[in-house]
Design a protein around this ligand. Sequence first.
Ligand code: ACO
Length: 334
Amino acid sequence: MKGIKILGTGSYIPSTTVTNDDFVKFIDTSDEWIYTRTGIKQRFYSTEKMNFQMAAEAAQKALENSGVKAEEIDLIILSTCSTDFFYPNTSCLVQNIIGAANASCIDVNTACTGFITALDMARRYLCTGDVKKVLVVASEFLTRQLDYTDRTSCFLFGDGAGAVVAEAADKPFYSVTGAKGDMLDALYCRIQYSGKYPEEGFDHYDKDIREKLDTEAKNKFLQMDGKAVYRFAVDAMADSFKKVCEKAGVKACDVDILIPHQANIRIISAAMKSMDIPDEKIYINLDKHGNTSSACIPTILDELNRTGKLKEGEKMALVGFGAGLTYGSIYMEL
Ligand code: ACO
């Protein structure tokens, strides 16, 4: 058995809508600027649930959709970079809420690439035969990590969660993943703790990065060099997608469903420009949801599933990037 079958999907979308015009009230911006630069019109903020609760809602819906009982789940792999607790991990909290008492629980953090990493891990576990059913969840609450005085980043993000239940299947599945760990300063959100940071802690990074980390008063919030992320994302998405197609022995234009990470419509268009893929095969929901980090891809998967668009045998690619900086692509047949 090489690949996986997706048995069911679920998602949780918070109910509070935040439009671009809402940002005009506290930063110098406009709906027109945000929309033309990013493709985002609105996003959803979680005002009622914590991250683990959103994750559990998505997981519960994926179980219902799959017809798999919670106690049949052998493993939960959960992606988040916006956890509620340092420990325990979020997957343990989800396990308890949904009643998956027989599941091992692992959290992964490759930031926005997280669902791709988690699904790739799920497939590797499933292929050993040691686990039969895996619940893969991605849940993010990035809107509480934002600096709402920073007009270059605060409008990009929304909250939400998505999940799939998967089992092993004799179907093609290929992945390409990687990281560029020297690009710490392009995108990070630093944990605050009492006491002084060790001065020599960042010896492996260039002087300007060390100074930035030492001096940025607000570095408990998300810090982003938008242009550096943009340049990296276009190349990394295009490159990993090409490589995964080569590995699978398929042409990019043969892919039926392409779900890219929903960071910015211009990044997606630039990355896919040379690929000869018709727009109708590239699935986008960032106009409504903004960037929900690793939850973007499974949320779209759930939309496609519930509207009957995930058809047996279709060729699907998932393509992403994230803080780290990380990147990854999966090619699989449904
Ligand atoms: N409203 C109005 N004007 C603004 C705003 C704003 N919110 N923010 C910046 N500007 C101004 C700038 O000050 C600048 O003005 P100037 O020319 O007078 O200096 C001008 O608009 C252009 O700014 P740029 O930074 O060049 O804008 P750019 O086209 O690069 O767009 C953006 C900025 C949207 C952040 C873009 O760089 C981007 O999307 N980068 C990638 C972001 C991203 O995907 N991050 C990843 C998040 S996490 C993850 O998914 C892994």
